[in-house]
Design a protein around this ligand. Sequence first.
Ligand code: OFO
Length: 176
Amino acid sequence: MIGERLNNAINEQIKNELESYYIYLSMAAWLHSKSLDGMGHWMRCQAHEEMIHAMKLFNHIIDRGGDIVLQDLKQLKTQWSSPLEVFQDAYEHEKFITGKINDLTTIAREERDYASEPILAWFSDEQTEEEAVSSKITAELEMVGEDKSGLLMLDRELGGRAYPAGSPLDPVAGAE
Ligand code: OFO
């Protein structure tokens, strides 16, 4: 059974993951409103992954006999000055989440909760990947600068990301 300290910290992380979902959905909405539909699509896929992350932790608490207490989500940013600012924010957010996963890993070790180590190692790997990807897109947008054709090319490229099968965030699957 999971101890109270780690249980509470994971409840907090479920909130962080749901906020991540919500933040990326807000970014997707803004990008679509600027006709950057490829980037909007990429952010929807990202939002979907965040929902999966929240549910992985949700399921872990249930499997370990803990208590889930869902928390309020904070007020979101809804406007950005440019797609570059969107991806800069995404990169900063991923670094913030990496810090939270590190904190959880420290708590799990202090509490000698070895059963939580595999899932936290999975999250740590995931954060490495997500930081790398959001940092790369940010760097590409910096290179593109004011070049509209470069922006369009990057938008097309990001539009190629695949939705997980049956994602409710996929407008095609969602219409069924
Ligand atoms: Fe949940 O993976 Fe990043 O934030």
